[in-house]
Structure formats: structure tokens, C-alpha cells
Design a protein around this ligand. Sequence first.
Ligand SMILES: [Mn+2]
Length: 393
Amino acid sequence: MAEPFAQGKWAQEAEAKLPDRRRKEEIERSLDLGLSAADSIKDRTIPTFSRGEIPHFAGERGTFMKSPFLENVHEVGDAEVAIFGVPLDAGTTYRPGARFGPQGIRRATNLFGTYNFELGVDLREQLNLVDIGDVVTIPGNLEKSFDQIDKAISHVAAAGVMPVVLGGDHSIGYPTIRGLAPHIDGNIGIIHFDRHVDTQESDLDERMHTTPFFHATNIKNAPAVNLVQIGIGGWQSPRQGVKVGRGRGTTIMTVGDVERVGIEKIAETALELAWKGAKAVYLSFDIDVIDAGFVPGTGWPEPGGLLPREALGLVRLVSVPGLAGIEVVECSPPYDWAEQTSLISARVVLDSLATMVASGKLGRRAATRTREAWGPYPSSTQTSQTSTGPGPA
Ligand SMILES: [Mn+2]
């Protein structure tokens, strides 16, 4: 009679005979092309940007809008805009799944072309955009993940490139500002779309997705008076967060305010306050600001939010003067159906970028390296790249 563990024993031995040369090469290549990890990461085989098999929730190769993938992040300075994913949902306090946000959003972009009719923009022709893949996050450790995100966005900003971040839950709103703010020569304002204030100090004893703007506005050049929050309301805004906002002088505009005065007036006010004494403005867009009926795939769905056309209209209006960076967070594909939350998330990024191209704030830097590239050629003039029409509405 055969031993009950014959196959198990054979398999244990068989593993020892398999080579691991390619895996070692992959690690070396990852560290070379994707940067070594933040200092707090003890396992030094982990890179900042995923460039191999690990981790499984990051690094899918389908890019945003099938835009050029830039494998070597040391070359990011050759782009004008760099998109990257932050697959993290360790900061969620209700529904998880935002770690699959970057995958879902990128996949949803497969149905969009690069041309937008109303804005009169073709991103492939006009914008030197690259996708640089995903940041390696540490699922069980928010602070180490924050260090990785901080390092990633800082790397992009240091090269003078505009970062676009596909989240991830909203806890990433703190490390993104922390990594970006040192590269701004002056104050940075934040325009924050959300149903939730996200300004409490801690939640369940940690810096969760309910806390990013408490910590972000502790950063010296990211003052709370330049934080403008649009769409806040409903039954999920903790009172301690409201107290903090009141004490620090943040500005909140509700869905009711949007309804009463219209998106033009809201955008005008948001820009005035966010830019007051600031050198740059960052857009942090929580997809749950849109009515839960349109965005089922999110961490804290809240009925009664903005309509998609109001939200996208506001995004376009606040993007006209240019942004230092964009993040779209809280898209959770496992709770999504028909890809609708991913589709709207992608639209936030696309409409914002296209508006900046139309207003002449983007579309000015050509790729110089020989690589697959989008955007203008080095020799062409700016006039031929910017819109001559009435511009974004
Ligand atoms: Mn929210």
C-alpha cells in the first residue's frame, strides 16, 4: 500500500530542484527600475514601484488609457504627467476593496478614446503622459505604506512632473500631500471633493481614511485655511472631524450649496479660497462625493451626493488655472457593477487633464527620449497645441 504522504514528500523534494535565477533577476530589475523602498521597509528586496510578480494586488501591465508605460522610473522627468496607482485599502473602516481601484480604473479606460469632443482635446496628440505602474504598499502597515507613497510622489514631483494618483482609500491623502508639499515653493491649497470631512485626528486608534486632512493640514505649507471641501453632508461625518475643521478655519460647501448657487459660483469660490496666498493647488477627489446610486463601488456609500454631471463640471472648472497634482480615491471594484464607479473615477482624471490642456496649463513638454510617447514633438510650438475654441465650460 502506498504511503499516504508519498506525493507530499515528492513535492517537498521537487521544490529544492527548481532554479530561482529568474526571480532573483526580477528582484534586481525591480529595485533598479522601480527604486529601492522607503527606509522604514526592512525587506530590502521590496521596491517603491512594483516591477514584478509581488505584490499580487499591484503591477498589472494594462496602462491608463493604454498610454505609454514607463518602466524605468528614473526617466520620469521625460514626461509632463505621470499616472500611478496606490493599491491600498488598509485604511478603510467599512467596505474594503480600494486596493483594486487602480486595476479597475485602468481597465475601465479601455473603452475611452483619447479625444474629447466638448473640450476639443486629444490627449494622445497633446499631452506627454506616462503610466509608471503601482506603488508597493504594505497591506498590514499603514505607516510603512505612507512612507512608500510619500517616496513615490516625491520622486515624481522632484522631476518637475505632475503626479496623478489612482487610489486606494482616502488615507493616502495624507502621504500624497506630505510627499508633494516640500516641492512647492510656498503654500499648497487643497480642493477636496467628498461626502465626508476626513479631518479627525484618528479613527480606531490609527490614521485611517477618515483622517487624511487633519494630518495634511499639519504640514507647514499646507494650511487648513486653504482646504476647501465640496459635497460634505449626510449621516457619516463624525463630529470630531467637524470640530477640527471649525477650529482650523477650513471651508465646507455642501451639496445643498451647489444646488442653490450652481457649480460656477461654487468653483469660483473654491478657487479663490484654495489659491489664497498659495503657489499651487492639489485636487483630492473622493468618488463617494457622487450620489451612491451612481457609485456603488466605494468604501462608504452616502446617498444624496452630487450628480455625475455636477461633479465633472466642477472638476473641469477648478482645473482651469492648473493643478499641482490629482488623486482619485475610494473606488472599490469588488463592490462595483457594470464598472460604473471605475468609469466615473477615470473621467475625473481625464476631464481634469483635458481641461488643463485646453487652458494651456499642460501640453507644453515634449518627450525627448526615444520611447513610445504621447504629446507634442520637441520642435512644435505651443500655439499649435492649445485649444483655440471657447474652452471648457
Ligand atoms: Mn468619503
